[in-house]
Design a protein around this ligand. Structure first.
Ligand SMILES: [Zn+2]
Ligand SMILES: [Zn+2]
Length: 289
């Protein structure tokens, strides 16, 4: 079967070696008709990819991303398709996330308000200026509002490790990743899942949280693995997706775009799910924290 679709590709914007423009040209030369530019935790390559694809009228780009999420002792990559990547709140979350401080400060501010200490998150950001937001900035905002005399006083009971308003630095969970994607109309697909321990059970849970698909036609997988994952996709009613996960590193045996991919039908199903997310009540129903 001729491969026309590749839903997993990286560029220089994350850890790939081709620029978005080079990637579009290369995948077009490989005969692909639908590609998803899916960089890690960033969408900055999409505008350039769209500009280049104008030269290839038979080719379509799906706006995508690959989010890094985690479960205890393991990483889980969550792809998102048909995302409104221009959404400002989404981009702010990615900015924060990339700097390893996802919502942590804001969660501490929320926690403090439960104890009657109301400070503005915007003010904390102002105090932090160009720097990464941290507990000292939260402490300064508390002092400014008169809740404590000195910043260190805010640490004693509230901001110290294990304190009443302390939030541990942590990664997004897969469910949080799905929610973040659904807010921008994204259909969430679990990436290269073959080695995940307890996959079957996890898929059941994530499906309830809105998971749309699972990578099945993944270029590095054997035929046996692909058929096992295909069964999983049927069992959990997930769209079978996949692609080359191309980085252009030039390693011997590196799978190139066009070597493996899902059928066109999977793209249509993802699009339909994305459309439903946009229409559905969940979009406005998810609290913006
Ligand atoms: Zn990955
Ligand atoms: Zn990848």
């Amino acid at each position: 079967m001729e491969v026309k679709v590749d839903l997993h590709l990286h560029t220089t914007v994350s850890d790939g070696r081709l620029t978005p423009s080079e990637l579009v040209k290369y995948t077009a030369a490989q005969g692909l008709e639908v590609i998803a530019v899916s960089d890690h935790d960033i969408t900055d390559g999409l505008d350039e990819a769209y500009a280049t694809v104008q030269e290839y009228p038979n080719m379509t780009i799906i706006p995508a991303i690959e989010l890094s999420t985690a479960v205890p002792d393991d990483e889980v990559h969550m792809l998102g398709y048909f995302i409104d990547y221009d959404d400002r709140e989404f981009q702010n979350m990615l900015d924060n996330f990339r700097e390893g401080r996802l919502d942590r400060g804001q969660l501490m501010v929320n926690k403090l308000s439960e104890y009657g200490m109301n400070i503005e998150w915007e003010r904390v950001l102002e105090i932090a200026g160009e720097g990464s937001v941290g507990r000292p900035h939260v402490a300064l905002a508390l002092v400014e509002k008169g809740f404590f005399k000195e910043p260190r006083d805010a640490f004693d009971e509230y901001l110290c490790n294990g304190g009443l308003a302390y939030i541990e630095r942590k990664k997004m969970t897969p469910v949080q990743g799905i929610e973040m994607l659904s807010k921008v109309g994204g259909a969430a697909v679990i990436a290269h899942p073959a080695r995940i321990v307890g996959l079957d059970e996890m898929l059941g849970d994530l499906k309830k949280a809105g998971l749309a698909g699972i990578e099945v036609f993944y270029a590095k997988y054997s035929a046996e693995t692909i058929s096992w994952l295909y069964e999983m996709s049927v069992k959990h009613d997930l769209v079978p997706c996949g692609g080359s996960d191309y980085h252009g590193l030039g390693n011997t045996g590196e799978q190139v775009p066009g070597s493996m991919g899902p059928p066109m039908e999977s793209v249509e199903r993802l699009k339909a799910i994305s459309d439903d997310i946009r229409k559905g009540p969940t979009r406005s129903g998810i609290p913006t924290s």
